[in-house]
Design a protein around this ligand. Structure first.
Ligand SMILES: [Mg+2]
Length: 234
């Protein structure tokens, strides 16, 4: 039985998979000529609603955002389909998952993600998820209806796992979305500086002592293994 922690929770985007720099709401907004406010509302909805199909998203754009035009259906369809193949596995991610699971830790996921991009992640990690991550420990924003940086998805996962926050570790690339909310509820944290340029502001806050220091900071997910998790003190 591993000491110190019972559950290791992974973020997905930019932690286990890399994708396009422009998110789906921005791409749909450009193709369908949505304004900034419509794009913002679409972005929030894509992450927190289970639309089920491109038609569901298109209906939302028309009925709730009031954006018409013949371009809407084609735009949503194009971006949805593209996203199902948009994920590339990050080097070392599969090894990290396997190492942590093999050492006896339970594994969970907390991710801000929509259905087609989760399908893309599953191309690489679906077999692992199915074998090692119980469905109730896969807290995906589009199914859960809540997104990070709210602490709610973290709380939901801990509650489903029956694990106290102090015995759970969060592994993620984003200080604002992964590290800060997880630490705030008492989880231990491993900050994976996969895209340090995107994290520069928070990195400066941490170095200046204006933001809490993660338990560990690593350059790559490939550095995450059972020894690192075991070294985190409760
Ligand atoms: Mg991420």
């Amino acid at each position: 039985m591993p000491s110190g922690a019972d559950l290791v929770v992974f973020d997905i985007g930019a932690t286990l998979v890399d994708g396009p720099s422009r998110g789906p709401a921005r791409r749909i907004a450009e193709l369908a000529s949505l304004d900034d406010e419509q794009r913002r509302l679409l972005g929030a909805a894509l992450m927190t609603r289970d639309f089920g199909s491109p038609a569901g998203v298109a209906a939302f754009v028309r009925e709730e955002l009031g954006a018409g035009g013949s371009a809407v259906d084609a735009a949503v369809e194009e971006v949805w389909r593209a996203q199902t193949g948009d994920a590339a596995a990050v080097d070392g991610g599969a090894e990290a998952l396997v190492a942590v699971a093999a050492a006896g830790y339970r594994v969970g996921l907390v991710s801000n993600i929509w259905q087609p991009y989760f399908e893309a992640a599953r191309v690489h990690f679906g077999a692992f998820f199915d074998a090692h991550v119980a469905l109730e420990l896969q807290v995906l924003s589009f199914r859960a209806g809540v997104a990070k940086p709210s602490p709610e998805p973290f709380r939901r996962l801990l509650s489903a796992a029956g694990v106290a926050s102090a015995r759970a570790v969060m592994v993620g690339d984003s200080y604002a979305y992964d590290i800060e909310p997880a630490a705030a509820i008492g989880m231990r944290t491993v900050w994976v500086l996969h895209r340090p340029e995107k994290e520069a502001e928070d990195l400066v806050r941490v170095l200046d002592g204006r933001a809490a220091r993660p338990a560990r900071t690593v350059r790559s997910i490939g550095s995450v293994d059972a020894d690192l998790v075991a070294s985190l003190e409760a």
